[in-house]
Write a protein of this length. Structure first.
Ligand SMILES: O=C(CO)[C@@H](O)[C@H](O)COP(=O)(O)O
Ligand SMILES: [Fe+2]
Length: 220
């Protein structure tokens, strides 16, 4: 698939999300951060907003669920129009059953890891997934500083994916910018979420293209 950019709408104008999506026409996905004030100490949007955004934009939606009980809620995000749904393994009760359900409903199944969650215990689950999300900040807020300490985990995750010969996307999320994207790409990430870097730029769409070109040049 190559390098993909999924701008996070967390740093966009929430009063006009349809128009904000239109400002990043080069984006491969729209990253929608769903937070419930339980799994993370912040509250954002839920199903009705995802459903409305899906009607307002033709760019596929990559929903990042930072919520408790994803086993109950995640499948509804496929019905609301998400093309990819990522649940956090720390919150899921039955990650294999949930990934299978997401796929059966027609979406890509993603599994997210907080910075301190290791990948190794989940090696046997990899064939059940379409994407792994390695958080490079503590989830909950945009605009935080990239955690370098997560780079070795990105490398180890890429090695595991390659060892199993899987076509699994490796997403990084948190503090990704022109300063940090090269390191992530060198470590083996191929899908990049960027919120403040994209929507804080004078020309968000040009920033999407710049981030992609930089990651492509640095990719392993
Ligand atoms: O999931 C999250 C935060 O929990 C992210 O998607 C952030 O929204 C990314 O924002 P930046 O770090 O790129 O500003
Ligand atoms: Fe996110």
């Amino acid at each position: 698939m190559g390098i993909q950019i999924s701008p996070s709408l967390l740093s966009a104008d929430f009063a006009d999300l349809g128009a904000e999506a239109g400002r990043i026409a080069s984006a491969d996905w729209l990253h929608v951060d769903v937070m419930d004030n339980h799994f993370v100490p912040n509250l954002t949007v839920g199903l009705p907003v995802v459903e409305a955004l899906g009607k307002a934009s033709s760019t596929p939606m990559d929903c990042h669920l930072m919520i408790e009980d994803p086993d109950r809620w995640a499948p509804a995000y496929v019905e609301a129009g998400a093309g990819s749904v990522t649940f956090h393994v720390e919150a899921a009760t039955a990650p294999v059953r949930l990934a299978r359900e997401l796929r059966a409903k027609g979406a890509r199944a993603g599994m997210g890891l907080r910075p301190a969650t290791p990948i190794e215990p989940y090696e046997d689950l990899l064939p059940e997934l379409d994407m792994l999300l390695v958080m490079t900040v503590e989830p909950g807020f945009g605009g935080q500083k990239f955690l370098d300490v997560c780079l070795p985990k990105i490398r180890r995750t890429r090695d595991l994916i390659d060892k199993h010969g899987l076509d699994l996307w490796l997403q990084v999320d948190g503090g990704v910018s022109m300063e940090t994207i090269e390191r992530c790409a060198e470590a083996g990430a191929d899908m990049f979420v960027a919120g403040s870097a994209v929507f804080g730029a004078d020309d968000p769409d040009a920033m999407v293209r710049q981030l992609r070109a930089t990651a492509e040049a640095a990719a392993r």
